[in-house]
Design a protein around this ligand. Structure first.
Ligand code: NDP
Length: 339
């Protein structure tokens, strides 16, 4: 096990925020990215927390991503909104689109938000939870760069293309699941590579197309979709929704234009928000949802998706968060170099 540094959430927030400011983010962008990273640390999603900060900084330093981006929102139909991210990180663009999306969904029953010219490097549940907390069902999909081979193939074409879905609960935070369409998220493979631990079966193939448990070989080769052709179909759908429909571009296009600086590729995202009160059963939908969850939980061994994360959230304030010493030193160096 690698050695760790323990930080309070407040200290983590300050570390991330200051590092971003020193490396070219303005206040608004630094705040939005910091909130996203710290939320991941709070819920112990290590692969999308501070671990991502060097990548964010790399893209600020290379000039690929604008640290002073000013996302702009427009309306293309009564319930269709579009945010042009102005070449910045996704969190500020999402913050600009969130309230209008919620308002339109309440007004129209259903509303969609396209986000284009953004650089997404985060977990989707953060943004879906923020909408589902308002009593709406919510979806999000984003494409990335080619990393995953379509079922039957061995060459990267799809991004790891996550999808997330949120459902409001009667009491407490919404149920939110969030999953990559790859068998394993790339960040988790990178963590295996960093820790020198082998991958489980079925995660990917080496550059020659042979199945491999070696994280470095899979990072150089291709990841595989979860569940064979079924996950492959979901990955394809995410390309169509987040890339083709929004105009943000397919993962292949993002890969072709990326400068491989270690940060996120550019791309698109689609969010859909639904007001359940505007559909068939305004009096019953919530109780039915609760009944489904209760029936699921009657079976031994079952838990709801997202509950692991929520449990972590409750435990984190007392424990503080742990960051590997090597990562902490890397971030300190980023601040010193930036001066
Ligand atoms: P996981 O496989 O870890 O988890 C997927 C979902 O399954 C979670 O909602 C999780 O809930 C739930 N889950 C896990 N175990 C169980 C269980 N035993 N019973 C019921 N539910 C369970 O996630 P992935 O590795 O697929 O994805 C990781 C993250 O990577 C996502 O947040 C995704 O948004 C992000 N990502 C971002 C990309 C980008 O371009 N920005 C690209 C690809 C991925 P819980 O959290 O409670 O464990």
């Amino acid at each position: 096990m690698s050695e760790t540094v323990t930080l309070s959430l407040e200290d983590c927030d300050a570390l991330v925020f200051e590092t971003l400011l020193q490396n070219g983010c303005d206040q608004a962008n630094a705040r939005a990215v910091t909130d996203t990273i710290v939320a991941a640390e709070r819920d112990r999603c290590a692969s999308h927390g501070v671990f991502r900060l060097p990548g964010y900084v790399a893209s600020l330093r290379s000039g690929k991503v604008k640290g002073d981006a000013r996302p702009r929102i427009s309306q293309t139909a009564p319930s269709v909104l579009r945010v042009d991210g102005d070449g910045g990180f996704a969190p500020l663009a999402l913050a600009v689109g969130r309230e209008p999306l919620i308002e339109r969904a309440r007004d129209q029953g259903i509303a969609a938000l396209s986000l284009v010219d953004i650089y997404h490097f985060a977990a989707l549940w953060v943004e879906v939870e923020a909408v589902a907390r308002e009593g709406l069902a919510a979806f999000a999909w984003t494409a990335a760069a080619p990393m995953v081979a379509p079922a039957g193939g061995v060459k990267p074409l799809f991004g790891t293309n996550p999808m997330s879905f949120g459902w409001p609960r009667a009491d407490g935070p919404p149920m939110v699941f969030d999953q990559a369409s790859a068998a394993m998220a790339r960040g988790d493979i990178m963590i295996h590579a960093r820790n020198g631990t082998p991958l489980p079966e079925g995660v990917g193939v080496d550059p020659g197309g042979a199945p491999s448990n070696d994280p470095d070989a899979v990072l150089a080769g291709a990841q595989l979709p979860f569940g064979g052709y079924k996950g492959s179909a979901i990955a394809m759908m995410v390309e169509l929704l987040a890339g083709a429909l929004t105009g943000g571009g397919l993962s292949k296009e993002a890969g072709d234009r990326d400068i491989n600086d270690g940060g996120p590729p550019s791309g698109g995202e689609l969010m859909i928000a639904i007001d359940p009160n505007k559909f068939g059963d305004p009096d019953g939908w919530r109780a039915r949802g609760e009944s489904l969850f209760a029936e699921m939980l009657k079976q031994e061994g079952v838990r709801l998706p997202g509950d692991g994360r929520l449990k972590n959230r409750l435990e984190t304030p007392t424990d503080g968060i742990e960051i590997p010493v090597a990562l902490f030193d890397q971030i300190r160096a980023l601040r010193e170099i930036a001066g």
